[in-house]
Design a protein around this ligand. Structure first.
Ligand code: MN
Length: 708
């Protein structure tokens, strides 16, 4: 009991301190709402313990309290307190929305989604893409700030975790989160995250470096204080108002530099430095003059980040000089505002905000205000916030492949775009796709962070209808290329067949045609090879009868009798009219359409009656070998009762016919419905059997094959 009571007291004290921070910048209504969020989170997590043995609520409270140091708005603070309730308790997002509004639930949802990204077994090369993915997923920057505060507390108690897990978190932080904090310009946090992780991930290297730094610091102590007093004296004599601080590079910063530039510890000369903070830009440049006057500058080591800020908005003057005993020493000179921005980065913008009207502004307006703020503060236009906005909303979507790689796609990309991005062959042989483990249709639009797996099959082919929804250039051109090639080879086969049967009708074979005649015909049509002629015949651009007549002029026959056999496997150059849906068993006629090849109609079809030009029509006959499915359309008039569609469709399915679509049309009889089915059938025979069966259903009045 006594222990429990004591724990509760520490928690209460932590909350009281937190509340004091809030009261400094939030109004009492907002503080009340945060208090409510706290009590809900505390109840929800009650009984849950952290690995460290603390009550769970300490964790979100720490994250929220850290963000309150940056005076972030009350919605962010509430979301930070509630950031683990959806994942770890039985409170749902809808509950949060009801209790605290849409914005808070969106922020919590955003943090939960980031938690679900699986970092394991990521190659280091992937880290940059993973950072982009996280930026794109945090389309509200506050999501990322909460995640960073969450990670900061997790790291502070990392020593209680088992070694493997601790190392994973540490590595992830070094590769992903510390760089993200830096990208937002929050140097303080980035450094803190780096040092905690460095110690966990490389304990020996950390220890060695810390010892070396301690030793070097001891050696330089006198020297540093001598330099500092020289500098202060000089600046005072020039009436430059300033604060001078000795600074020390942090262990991970030294480690990174040693590794990237292949240097030994003794070769790193900016471990110790001096930072001068002044009141104005003018003072900065004047202070620089003083330093260069006092010590000899090392050529090539001066950088003016005031005139040209770093991409994360950082501004400062950097110069390295030869100090006493010829020791190199780095000076950083900047204004107070620049210093503030260097410490807090994007979070600094909230510090300058008037908190009252923010929630009324749209996000775009907020961004604009931020831009205006930063411009005001630095007196310098900067692309910092603009570039972050681009990162957050890059027009790209990032998903994981089956191998865990991160794939960048244009926004609105589908499963098909993904398949073609991985490999043209994978797109061309696409058979099915899974998103986060579930089968989805090929036009499914992918979202950030999803895991995508594509199955291919050797018999699968690209579908022309994919062109209606693909987004990426690669998918579009690959599908078109495929269709063009398949179209041509189909056309060539069909053209050859059509020409051969025309010649056969005249009892001539191609071998009988003198090569002189053949070459003459080819050159007349400007074809280089006979295959080109076949393609054009197959596409319907050249009439085979005419060519056959030219090839064998002496064999005058009644060519109108020429009949061609079709097998239904001619591919894209032979299509079946949607007006009359011909199937094997029907008498049919072919209509040659330029560029499209032959369209097959039923002889009775009304839509071709008006086409008088006989030369465009060719007689067709179903081959005896035809063994394919064809679409047929039937109309079923039914009593308007429940379950009748199910009755009809189960009869269709039982007789092994597939339903391609079903539609309702009006009938003029009250209480009746007309259903129009498109089904796949093999022949007229099997269709007639099906119609008989359907006619026997109780609620069916009439079944008919649809006429054109
Ligand atoms: Mn957490």
């Amino acid at each position: 009991m006594a222990v429990a009571k004591k724990k509760r007291n520490t928690e209460d004290i932590a909350f009281v301190n937190f509340k004091k921070k809030l009261q400094k910048y939030l109004n009492s209504y907002q503080v009340k709402k945060v208090e409510k969020a706290y009590s809900i989170a505390k109840d929800a997590h009650s009984g849950q313990k952290r690995k460290s043995g603390e009550n769970y609520i300490n964790h979100p409270l720490d994250a929220a309290s850290y963000l309150a140091d940056y005076e972030l708005d009350h919605e962010t603070i509430m979301a930070a307190i509630l950031h683990d309730v959806v994942e770890d308790t039985n409170i749902g997002l809808e509950d949060l929305e009801k209790l605290f509004g849409k914005k808070v639930s969106e922020l919590v949802d955003g943090v939960s989604k980031l938690d679900k990204i699986n970092f394991e077994s990521k190659e280091e090369a992937d880290a940059a893409n993973l950072r982009k993915m996280i930026m794109a997923m945090s389309n509200d920057i506050r999501v990322l700030l909460i995640k960073l505060a969450d990670r900061r507390h997790n790291l502070s108690t990392i020593s209680v975790l088992e070694n493997k897990k601790a190392r994973r978190i540490a590595r992830e932080t070094l590769e992903i989160y510390a760089p993200l904090a830096l990208r937002l310009g929050i140097h303080n946090l980035s450094t803190e995250l780096e040092n905690l992780s460095f110690k966990t991930y490389f304990p020996l290297r950390h220890l060695t470096l810390v010892k070396s730094i301690d030793k070097a610091r001891g050696n330089r102590k006198l020297l540093m204080s001598k330099i500092q007093s020289e500098v202060i004296k000089k600046l005072n004599s020039e009436s430059i108002k300033s604060i001078t601080k000795a600074r020390e590079k942090h262990p991970y910063g030294i480690y990174k530099k040693m590794r990237s530039k292949e240097l030994k510890f003794s070769q790193i000369n900016d471990i110790f430095g001096v930072r001068i903070i002044t009141d104005s830009v003018d003072f900065c440049y004047r202070a620089l003059g003083c330093i260069h006057n006092l010590y000899k500058p090392i050529p090539g080591r001066f950088k003016d980040y005031i005139a040209i800020p770093k991409s994360n908005g950082y501004q400062s003057l950097h110069t390295t000089v030869l100090g006493p005993h010829n020791l190199p020493l780095e000076f950083q000179i900047r204004t107070q505002e620049m210093d503030q921005l260097a410490q807090s980065g994007i979070a600094a913008h909230w510090l300058y905000k008037t908190t009252s009207s923010i929630s009324k502004l749209s996000r775009e307006q907020q961004w604009l205000n931020n831009l205006l703020d930063i411009q005001k503060q630095s007196g310098n236009p900067t692309e910092f916030l603009g570039s972050i906005k681009d990162d957050l909303n890059p027009g790209k979507v990032y998903v994981f492949s089956s191998k865990g790689e991160i794939i960048e796609l244009p926004k609105k990309s589908t499963l098909i775009d993904f398949a073609y991005t991985i490999h043209t062959d994978l797109g061309n042989k696409y058979s099915s796709g899974k998103v986060d483990g579930e089968f989805k249709p090929p036009n499914t639009i992918l979202k950030n962070g999803q895991r995508v797996v594509i199955e291919k099959s050797e018999i699968a082919k690209p579908d022309p209808s994919w062109l209606n929804f693909v987004t990426s250039v690669k998918a579009r051109t690959s599908i078109r290329n495929y269709l063009r090639s398949i179209h041509e080879s189909d056309a060539q086969k069909l053209g050859e067949k059509l020409l051969m049967s025309s010649l056969n009708e005249m009892e001539v074979s191609l071998n009988d045609v003198p090569s002189k005649t053949l070459n003459f015909i080819l050159s007349e049509y400007k074809f280089k090879t006979i295959e080109e002629l076949y393609v054009e015949i197959g596409l319907g651009n050249v009439i085979p009868k005419l060519i056959a007549l030219r090839m064998a002029p002496s064999f005058k026959q009644d060519t109108s009798k020429t009949i061609y056999d079709i097998e239904g496997s001619e591919g894209l150059v032979m299509s079946y009219a949607k007006c009359c849906h011909p199937i094997p068993g029907d008498t049919i006629v072919g209509h040659i359409t330029q560029g499209k090849g032959i369209v097959v109609h039923r002889s009775s079809c009304k839509s071709i009656r008006h086409i008088k030009r006989d030369k465009d029509n060719i007689e067709l006959r179903w081959s005896e070998n035809v063994d394919n499915f064809f679409s047929a359309s039937i109309m079923v008039e039914v009593e308007n009762v429940r379950g009748v569609l199910a009755q009809v469709s189960s009869v269709i399915a039982q007789s092994n016919h597939n339903i391609e679509s079903v539609n309702y049309t009006d009938t003029h009889e009250a209480g009746r419905n007309m259903m129009v089915f498109i089904i796949s059938v093999k022949s007229l025979n099997s269709l007639n059997k099906l119609i008989d069966k359907l006619n026997k259903i109780k609620n069916v009045y009439r079944v008919e094959r649809k006429r054109s």
